[in-house]
Structures are given as structure tokens and as C-alpha cells.
Design a protein around this ligand. Structure first.
Ligand code: ATP
Ligand code: MG
Length: 156
């Protein structure tokens, strides 16, 4: 269905804000305009739920998670950045593979199956978008995805 993404994004972040410990700060850098996207809300919730859960899971105490959204080349670009330990450069593309966990010992301790981002990629690609990650070891990770924007202009 047609959904205004920024409003939806705020609601999803609100849900995390209530549950996340005070040691982690959530910062929103979101525009005020309307960004309409044709999407399955439950599926997009699943994507954000996993990406944000990962950011929280890998954040250090006192870390900040930043949420951004902007228009870029006619698409909506959404990102979630954390200040966690990051992912080695040669492994950053593999995190979207099924069952892949970047650091086996650490991941086992933190729990999870390694499916979250593989599912996220399937969902985003089914929406004609793309998803990727940028990371600096010891500095943090940013997960970015795009979604096609709907045309809001009226034809006369
Ligand atoms: P699940 O999501 O199924 O509970 P998971 O979180 O381990 O398990 P994914 O979400 O697919 O699985 O992530 C795959 C792997 O990518 C993780 O195990 C972790 O090694 C790495 N990873 C994902 N997000 C981050 C992040 N924000 N910072 C550091 N490493 C990350
Ligand atoms: Mg996960």
C-alpha cells in the first residue's frame, strides 16, 4: 500500500526508543517532507526491526545510533548507523548471505541465526530497492537501503 515513509520510520523508531536501555542514544536526522513509497508495511517493519536490532546488539555502552532518510536520484535512501565494532572490509558484503555471522564466537554469545539481513535483502529487492553496508572496524557500521519513490506530482 501507499505509505508515507518518514512517518512510518518515526513510529518504528518510537517503539525501539521505549525499550532500549538509556546507555544507547537514538538520533533522528529525518526530513519533514512527504516521501511516499509503495510497500508492504509488515515486511518493511521486519527489515527495520532487524537492522535496528543489529545496531543495538553491536553498539557499545554510550553509543549513538543515527537514523537518516533523504531523496537521492529519485529514490528514497534510508540509513541506520551505529558506533559498534564494525565489520572487516572483506566481510562487509557477506553479511547479507544466509547464515553468515561475521564473528562466530561473538555472534554465538549475542544470539541470532544469521538470517536477518538475508531476509532484509530479499524484502528490499522485492520492493525494487537495494541494500548494502559500509563499515569501519572499530568505528561503526552503516546499513543503507533504497526504495523507489512514488510520483507525487499531479498531472494536468
Ligand atoms: P538474526 O538477525 O537472524 O537474529 P544475526 O543478527 O546474527 O541473526 P544478521 O542480522 O543477518 O544475523 O547479521 C549477520 C551478521 O552480520 C551478524 O552476525 C554480525 O556478524 C554482522 N552484523 C550485522 N549488523 C552488524 C552491525 N551493526 N555491526 C556489526 N556487525 C554486524
Ligand atoms: Mg540480525
Amino acid at each position: 500500500e501507499r505509505t508515507e515513509f518518514i512517518d512510518f520510520f518515526h513510529h518504528v523508531i518510537d517503539r525501539f526508543e521505549m525499550n532500549v536501555a538509556d546507555e544507547i542514544k537514538l538520533k533522528r536526522d529525518l526530513p519533514n517532507g512527504k516521501y511516499d513509497v509503495w510497500m508492504d508495511k509488515d515486511k518493511l517493519f521486519q527489515v527495520l526491526d532487524n537492522v535496528i536490532s543489529n545496531a543495538i546488539k553491536y553498539s557499545p555502552e554510550g553509543g549513538t545510533i543515527r537514523f537518516r532518510a533523504m531523496k537521492q536520484q529519485g529514490q528514497l535512501l534510508v540509513s541506520v548507523s551505529d558506533e559498534g565494532m564494525g565489520i572487516p572490509r572483506d566481510k562487509v558484503d557477506k553479511i547479507f548471505d544466509r547464515f553468515y555471522r561475521a564473528d562466530k564466537a561473538r555472534s554465538r554469545k549475542l544470539g541470532g541465526t544469521g538470517l536477518g539481513l538475508a531476509i532484509a535483502r530479499e524484502i528490499i529487492e522485492a520492493h525494487d530497492g537495494s541494500i548494502r553496508a559500509k563499515s569501519k572496524e572499530g568505528k561503526g557500521t552503516t546499513v543503507l537501503f533504497t526504495l523507489p519513490l512514488m510520483n507525487t506530482k499531479r498531472r494536468g
